[in-house]
Design a protein around this ligand. Structure first.
Ligand code: MG
Length: 370
């Protein structure tokens, strides 16, 4: 495949739940889409999902967009590309910028699958035509409100709830939610690395709420604490922020730092790397799942194709469009009987709606042609 044109497009998308960041509260955010055109006239879409105001991914949104536009996109032109062979650690000739690499690479995957006339999920060897997603609930505010939101999500059809816990907002809220939702709903906790080495016993006690796993309890570079928690045998440990590549994943598993892996294609620099991780996880029999990053329909479709692969054995964080957006940029993904269908059209199976591209608020941020 050869790329003849790359366009970066940003467009505002209204959020159902305002985003609270260090800079304030935002009712909408700009989605950043990437369109690649091949020399055969095929169009592929990707999305840069680098988040605003979330430091833990180590790649600010503005820096990610700048790297994508100025450094990475020009490297696609005039090059024979075999997308499945892209190693984000070496192929681009530049370190880091995983979200930016993923945005461009996922557009290439879409174009590749469309060229072949198959859904991306089929190209990746997916084994499912739907996924059963989970939903993430924040624990700020009153516990009663947290419980109410969990009950509302379960009424919508979600069968797995993940609470975003933190020190001081953990034992009571987990126990109260578990009592309210009963034992039939899977409960997970994600700490986003907010506990320290002195908290190992405390985190082990969180298992009393019947957690399927605890996700990233300690800082991304605090591997010893994860190993120590695993050795208590109290609760399965899932890693997210600690794993930025296939190599790091193998190291974490070898060290006994986790028994479950959250694979976010954007965090690891692309779908090809996510597929390599999947293949190892499947071969080793390690449970794993695909995490979300507040994608619009473009990024969601791409992530769903990955999540449908057989080695992703646990519920992904890929909820329906209306969990996040008043109006998605593509045809919305809907929850039907607790499931979301994996798109069946060529490529990612969706594209931005005409009204989105025609919207006066939509901006062409950059164009590269060659
Ligand atoms: Mg996480």
């Amino acid at each position: 495949m050869r790329v003849s044109r790359i366009r970066v497009v940003s467009t505002p998308v209204e959020l159902v739940n305002p985003l609270v960041t260090a800079e304030g509260t935002h009712g909408s955010r700009d989605a950043v889409l990437v369109e690649v055109a091949t020399t055969d006239g095929v169009i592929g879409w990707g999305e840069n999902v680098a988040p605003v105001g979330v430091a833990y991914v180590g790649e600010s949104r503005d820096a990610s967009i700048k790297a994508m536009v100025e450094q990475l996109a020009p490297r696609l032109l005039g090059r024979d590309i075999e997308v499945a062979t892209i190693d984000p650690g070496s192929w681009w000739g530049i370190d880091g910028h995983c979200f930016a690499k993923h945005a461009l690479e996922s557009a290439l995957w879409d174009a590749e699958a469309r060229t072949l006339g198959v859904p991306l999920s089929v190209l990746l060897g997916a084994s499912r035509d739907h996924i059963t997603p989970g939903v993430v609930v924040g624990v700020g505010g009153d516990i009663e409100n947290v419980v109410r939101e969990c009950e509302q999500r379960i009424a919508e059809g979600y069968r797995r709830v993940k609470l975003k816990i933190a020190p001081g907002r953990d034992l009571a809220v987990l126990a109260t939610v578990r009592a309210a939702i009963g034992d039939g709903v899977i409960l997970q906790a994600d700490a986003n690395g907010s506990y320290g080495p002195d908290d190992i016993d405390h985190v082990a006690n969180l298992a009393d709420s019947g957690l399927q796993f605890i996700e990233q309890p300690f800082a991304a570079d605090d591997i010893d604490s994860h190993v120590a928690l695993m050795r208590t045998g109290s609760v399965p440990v899932c890693m997210d922020e600690s794993i930025g590549s296939h190599r790091q994943m193998v190291e974490m598993l070898d060290r006994g730092a986790c028994s479950i892996v959250n694979v976010k294609p954007a965090r690891v620099g692309g779908i090809a790397e996510a597929v390599r991780m999947h293949d190892t996880l499947l071969a080793e029999g390690v449970d794993a799942w695909v995490g979300g990053m507040l994608e619009t329909g473009v990024g969601r479709a791409s992530a769903l194709a990955v999540a449908a692969m057989p080695g992703f054995t646990l519920t992904p964080d890929l909820s329906a469009s209306n969990r996040y957006f008043a109006r998605d940029l593509t045809e919305p993904f809907v929850l039907d009987g607790g499931r979301i269908a994996v798109p069946t059209g060529p490529g990612i199976g969706v594209e931005p709606l005409d009204r989105v591209l025609a919207d006066r608020a939509t901006r062409i941020e950059a164009v590269h042609e060659g």
